[in-house]
Design a protein around this ligand. Structure first.
Ligand code: NAD
Length: 265
């Protein structure tokens, strides 16, 4: 029986066209850079922070990277952004659906703010589903055996839930349902979809100091702090042929945090 080709190249995405939502900052920005470093022919950075998004695209290089303004919670904008990518680059191999927002303020179910809940779900759940839908449709129509990666959160792997970020925790659990269902539906077309579940990582939202204070004592990998590059490298694995037989999987990147007994976050 033919064995899968080992991937020896350090350029794992040679010739691929990728979209990265939420690419102006944090995990998305780091992943766009890793994709470009690994030979992607084009990386399309999608965000609503235009100045930052354009800055990232320019620093990667305008020949291989573009910025597109798109609110992922708006289906027309998402469809337009994907059509634009196809028109400009002729294909779409990788969708990293990553854009997301956090809880504006901590809240238990007793004081759930419904308007805050609705906006969070529009971006984190509806936005993620819309991006997966339109990327997958293009891949199916064009017979592209593409890969899709969605950013959930390590909190979706914590069976005890959270003590006070109810809306965010619910939204990230929903991503696991999306990925597991879509993996069944898209596998027949050779399209793989997986989720990455980061623990708290320094980004535009929180500093390393805040994170270390809260979670540092509980991580098993004591001499390593989680960075956005760790997440980006995991996304690269899921997006590339290195994970050719992995689909419908939730890959936790938490340094062993969630497996610590009795941790409540
Ligand atoms: P970030 O705030 O640094 O980056 C998120 C990006 O998404 C921003 O550039 C923002 O402008 C963009 N964005 C927000 N709403 C958007 C919309 N409607 N349309 C398009 N773009 C939009 O945060 P990050 O930490 O890099 O978060 C990326 C993903 O990782 C999110 O889904 C987040 O929930 C998830 N996550 C983050 C952490 C963490 O600790 N930072 C942990 C687990 C999961």
């Amino acid at each position: 029986m033919a064995q899968p080709e080992p991937v020896l190249s350090t350029r794992k995405l040679e010739g691929k066209v990728a979209i990265v939502t939420g690419g102006a900052n944090g995990i998305g920005e780091a992943t766009a850079r890793v994709f470009a470093d690994h030979g992607a022919r084009a990386v399309v950075i999608v965000d609503i922070q235009d100045e930052k998004g354009r800055g990232v695209a320019e620093s990667i290089g305008s020949q291989r990277c573009s910025y597109v303004h798109c609110d992922v919670s708006d289906e027309e904008q998402v469809k337009g952004m994907i059509d634009w990518t196809i028109q400009k680059y002729g294909q779409l191999d990788i969708m990293f659906s990553n854009a997301g927002i956090g809880s504006k303020s901590p809240q238990t179910i007793l004081d759930l703010d419904v308007s805050q809940f609705d906006r969070l779900f529009e971006v984190n759940v509806r936005g993620m589903a819309i991006c997966v839908k339109h990327a997958a449709r293009v891949m199916v129509e064009r017979h592209i055996k593409g890969t899709i990666v969605c950013t959930a959160s390590a909190i979706a792997n914590n069976c005890r839930g959270s003590t006070n970020v109810t809306d965010y925790t619910m939204s990230k659990h929903a991503i696991l349902g999306l990925v597991r269902s879509a993996s069944q539906q898209l596998g027949t077309y050779g399209i793989r979809i997986n989720s990455v579940l980061p623990a708290a990582v320094p980004s535009s939202r929180r500093t390393n100091e805040e994170i270390q204070k809260t979670f540092g004592p509980f991580t098993r990998l004591k001499d390593i702090s989680l960075t956005v590059k760790h997440i980006a490298d995991t996304v690269l694995f899921l997006a590339s042929n290195d994970s050719a037989f992995v689909t419908g999987h939730d890959l936790v990147v938490d340094g062993g945090l969630i497996s610590v007994p009795n941790l409540t976050i």
